[in-house]
Write a protein that binds this ligand. Structure first.
Ligand SMILES: Nc1ncnc2c1ncn2[C@@H]1O[C@H](COP(=O)(O)OP(=O)(O)OP(=O)(O)O)[C@@H](O)[C@H]1O
Length: 457
């Protein structure tokens, strides 16, 4: 093994001296509605609508209950319509998403908001004083603000909704909340809503008694009872079938479950943490997700930023995954990529680089290219579109085989490359319909879903 040079100085980011974000210019909006004149300060993400639970509540029946969201990123302040009934207009142009300037006018339904600014330290989010929070690693301001927020809310029993692109670390955030909570000695039970067939949802969540349905050969407890005294993590909550939504809401309100086939209600003491890569508010407006359930689950909404918005975290993550300081070559390779699959893709890359070297790992990952990624919040790495029904293995890729590897390592890596290639072609042939692709591949739809997520297709 060659000797590893110490990390270059620029990897030692962030002074820990300041625990408080500095004073800054804050954006404010002013508007008039049926209840009078109002001014509100914009936070990193501010939900606007006529629902009482919105951060900015507009008393105007032409404004949808979850109408739009203001949010900041490294390029400035944006407004995004959430599929509202009467639309969002900036300077009288209807927009789905638009960047705003001080002085912009934004019309939502029949109400006009004016954007202004003021200097303040109020509401500046505190920064966590370390580069770790439980299993999470991150030194960027965004992650340290997130850690401070997690520490504050872990101590409570509030429901938490984690949103973020695939691979940003939502499951790890959920685990970190549990580990830092008074429930840490209790169970942490994960329910992957994308992997459960519709017919089995109720029994997975609430259990069943023997004989409740044909395959119920024995009584089985559901996730809520299994998590009694601890936390239930509802991953991919956006996939929860609409028919299940009132049942889940009832359990969250009553804290009682009734196993399928039983008449007995049982009390459960669980904290709920949910996660999704989708924007549930647009699903609410489209009628695919119940608004009351959304607000019940999103007591504390948390956004995990994509890795491309916090490149300062990359050196820390590489060192954490590798277990030692990376070589200059490996570090340079990681800083030059968009990481559309976020930390998961970075982890896979580092693990591959450890086995075959940075150069060969780069060749194997070549299909993602380099450069700046598009800012879309739900963007995934696009599959190469091809109508070929058969395809030869590219001989150039064979150069990436390392004969220093064990056969098992070699097989696992190439199985993954081949699996991804096969799936991306089947999906492209079926215009990305998971159901049709699963049928052709002879796979169960939920398993296909899992594979698509695993390979970021
Ligand atoms: N901040 C972090 N520090 C250390 N490891 C991280 C961090 N974020 C993510 N990871 C690692 O990246 C991988 C993906 O994380 P995780 O499964 O939590 O992502 P996710 O957002 O839940 O993904 P998906 O939406 O596909 O379910 C895991 O191996 C996790 O340990």
């Amino acid at each position: 093994m060659p000797s590893i040079p110490p990390p270059p100085p620029q990897t030692l980011v962030h002074s820990l001296a300041s625990l408080q974000a500095p004073p800054r210019e804050r954006s404010i909006v002013t508007w008039r509605d049926s209840s009078g004149e109002h001014t509100a300060q914009l936070q990193d993400r501010t939900l606007v609508g006529s629902a009482a639970e919105s951060a900015i509540v507009i008393a105007d029946p032409t404004v949808s209950r979850l109408h739009a969201e203001f949010h900041f990123d490294e390029r400035g302040l944006w407004v995004r319509d959430l599929g509202s009934r009467n639309g969002t207009f900036v300077e009288n142009v209807m927009v789905r998403e638009a960047r705003l300037e001080t002085g912009s006018t934004i019309r939502m339904g029949g109400t006009t908001l004016k954007l202004g600014s003021e200097m303040t330290t109020d509401g500046a989010a505190p920064l966590w004083p370390a580069h770790r929070f439980g299993p999470l690693v991150g030194g960027s301001v965004a992650m340290r603000q997130l850690f401070a927020c997690l520490a504050k809310f872990a101590a409570t029993d509030l429901a938490v909704m984690i949103q973020g692109e695939t691979g940003t670390g939502k499951e790890l955030v959920a685990r970190a909340i549990h580990d830092a909570s008074p429930r840490k000695e209790g169970p942490f039970v994960i329910v992957d809503c994308a992997a459960i067939p519709d017919a089995l949802f109720e029994s997975e969540l609430f259990g069943h008694v023997k004989g409740a349905f044909t395959s119920a050969v024995a009584t089985r407890e559901g996730a809520f009872e299994a998590a009694d005294g601890g936390t239930v993590f509802l991953d991919e909550i956006g996939e929860l079938p609409i028919a299940m939504q009132p049942k889940l809401l009832r359990v969250l309100e009553s804290r009682m479950v009734r196993p399928v086939g039983s008449s007995e209600h049982r009390r459960v003491d669980v904290r709920i943490v949910a996660a999704t890569h989708r924007d549930l508010r647009t699903m609410v407006n489209a009628g695919a997700f119940r608004e009351d359930l959304y607000f019940r689950l999103a007591g504390v909404p948390i956004l995990v930023p994509p890795l491309r918005e916090r490149p300062e975290d990359i050196p820390l993550l590489v060192e954490h995954i590798l277990g030692r300081a990376p070589s200059a070559e490996l570090l340079a390779a990681t800083l030059d990529r968009p990481w559309l699959g976020n930390v998961r893709e970075l982890r896979n890359f580092i693990e591959r680089a450890r086995a075959v070297g940075a150069q060969q790992a780069l060749q194997m990952a070549g299909h993602h290219g380099t450069g700046t990624a598009s800012p879309s919040a739900t963007m995934r790495a696009a599959a190469p579109i091809s109508s070929n029904t058969t395809a030869a293995i590219n001989p150039a890729s064979l150069k990436a085989i390392s004969f220093q590897q064990s056969f098992r390592e070699f097989r696992d890596q190439w199985l993954e490359v081949g699996e991804r290639e096969y799936l991306s072609r089947v999906l492209a042939q079926h215009s990305r319909s998971i159901a049709a692709a699963a049928r052709q591949a002879g796979l169960d739809r939920t398993y296909m879903h899992r594979l698509v997520r695993k390979h970021l297709l």
